[in-house]
Design a binder for this molecule. Structure first.
Ligand code: NDP
Length: 345
């Protein structure tokens, strides 16, 4: 069985979701009430691959909302309690969605393996970041040419380059895609220098300078709020693949040669018949989902009950190949730009 641990994008959307699911006491509760609320197994799901294999799973809402990020103990408790619930329900492989994997890493929850009577078995959990990184790279490779951007001559900025997903995207784009130049953006200088050395290239730039030079921008910074950018300073055409959760980019940036694509999102080939993506701002919530969630499904389809994506900056190209092949085999497709612009002659 696969599991998905998620949360709402805001307290307001969480309350609306609670009302729509019939959890009236949550819908009316204040943030303090939500802070003490336990996780909920909201939905059970069945998914059938084009190969004919059928898998069963469950969605667990951690009852965390981004407004709790500053409440260290609450955030930590929310993630651990949701993991405990997944394990107690016998779920073999569960993806930590949204902020939950970042809380797990940043708050060093590896040290908190004991949750009441349950010893968490790390093998049962995955961040889903390998599939997310693979999907983002595929979105760059498939959509840039649609805009007339030749990646071999393009500068690609990765905002959040030193992160778990960002560093994997950099490795793939430099070694597999062969982009002309990578522009590496993050705040801390030392991890940037280490990444540049590992890649054997890439130019370290501030966000503003990188945006002015980039033909393609991959956004994978862990930002609690979207950044607003000045579209007049961007190149045209410019492909922006927004892989953050919540989205890193103010959608007002789109238009007039600037193409914003929802990054790290895949569509399954048929309707799943679930409720959980209705609140996640997906264009087609019956088919679309975060790539990290899809990773748990893929591991279940493949019978790989292991913490496939774990820790930080461990994502290899070989693992991206493996999960990418599984993604295609089991009927997932990376989201593309809605109406491809004509290629300039
Ligand atoms: P990490 O915490 O590993 O990395 C975050 C990166 O962002 C680091 O390079 C960090 O470097 C950088 N960063 C943070 N703040 C800023 C800032 N203000 N300006 C520039 N860079 C910044 O995160 P992950 O790689 O695990 O996740 C990245 C994003 O992807 C998150 O938003 C996450 O929610 C999203 N995600 C999406 C998924 C999907 O399925 N679509 C699945 C999983 C994650 P530094 O601190 O030095 O600035």
């Amino acid at each position: 069985m696969f599991g998905l641990i998620g949360h709402s994008t805001s307290f307001e959307s969480a309350r609306n979701l609670a009302r729509s699911l019939g959890f009236e006491e949550y819908a009316d509760g204040d943030l303090d009430m939500w802070c003490s609320a336990p996780p909920q197994l909201v939905e059970r799901i069945s998914v059938t691959s084009p190969t004919g294999k059928r898998i069963e799973g469950a969605y667990i809402d951690s009852v965390f909302v981004p407004e709790m990020l500053s409440r260290f103990k609450t955030a930590k408790r929310k993630v651990l309690n949701a993991m405990e619930l997944a394990q107690k329900n016998g779920i073999d492989i569960t993806a930590l969605g949204g902020f939950t994997s970042i809380i797990f890493e940043d708050f060093k929850l590896l040290r908190e393996q004991q949750v009441r009577a349950t010893t968490l078995d790390w093998q049962r959990f995955t961040t889903g970041n390998t599939h997310t990184a693979w999907v983002l790279c595929r979105q760059v490779e498939e959509n840039a040419p649609q805009l007339g951007i030749d990646l071999r001559r393009a500068k690609v900025a990765v905002v959040g380059a030193t992160g778990d997903i960002g560093s994997a995207v950099c490795r793939w784009l430099s070694q597999r895609t062969g982009v002309q130049e990578l522009l590496l953006v993050a705040r801390r200088p030392q991890p940037l220098a280490d990444l540049q050395q590992e890649l054997g290239g890439g130019r370290i730039l501030g966000l503003e300078e990188a945006l002015e030079e980039a033909d393609v921008v991959v956004w994978v910074a862990s930002l609690a709020q979207a950044s607003s950018i000045d579209p007049s300073r961007l190149r045209r055409p410019c492909l922006m693949v927004d892989g953050g959760y919540p989205k890193n980019l103010d959608t007002k940036a789109a238009g007039d040669g600037i193409h914003v694509l929802k990054g790290g999102i895949v569509a399954f080939g048929s309707d799943i018949g679930w409720q959980m993506m209705e609140a996640a701002d997906m264009a087609n919530p019956q088919r679309e989902m975060f790539a990290c969630f899809a990773e748990a499904m893929l591991l279940e389809f493949e019978g790989l009950h292991t913490n496939f994506s774990w820790g930080r900056n461990n994502i290899t190209l070989e693992k991206m190949d493996l999960i990418g092949a599984a993604s295609l085999r089991h009927g997932f497709q990376a989201l593309a730009l809605e109406t491809p612009a004509p290629v300039p002659s």
